[in-house]
Design a protein around this ligand. Sequence first.
Ligand code: AMP
Ligand code: ZN
Length: 143
Amino acid sequence: MSDGCIFCQILAAKAPCYPVHETRYTRTFLDIFPAAPGHCLIVTKKHYTDIFDATPESIGLVGHVSTLIAHAVKEELQCDGVGIFQLNGAAAGQTVFHYHMHVIPRNEGDDLKIHSRAPGDPDELQAMAERLRQRAYSMRIDD
Ligand code: AMP
Ligand code: ZN
């Protein structure tokens, strides 16, 4: 746990989130400023700042979960594609300094942004998390 880290606060249940999936080492929840509906973040449960701080094993586990979440997002939302992004350092656009991966549904003609300035609607985020949670848990991790 790192003081002042919003993702550590979420993991410690001291801040709310819209949960989608959990393993022993990772948590997946919705980005509250979604670049597209269904924008997920996969975070390590242990606090690592970025790719330079995280262990290769923890990065591998996030990558493994990303396959499940990408399939769940694509099947549930029937999107044309899925973007996977992972930013390291302010110069690369990282804004939360706790290792995480973005999983963003994409459709033809989309504005290919990673960050949005507009917060998602709480009711829509709640309903989306429920849909993706059900879909993710109906799949095996190696599906
Ligand atoms: P990055 O810029 O790669 O560090 O991405 C951090 C992401 O975390 C941004 O897309 C933010 O919208 C998102 N974010 C910030 N605070 C929260 C929060 N409390 N719950 C969910 N997502 C958040
Ligand atoms: Zn943290």
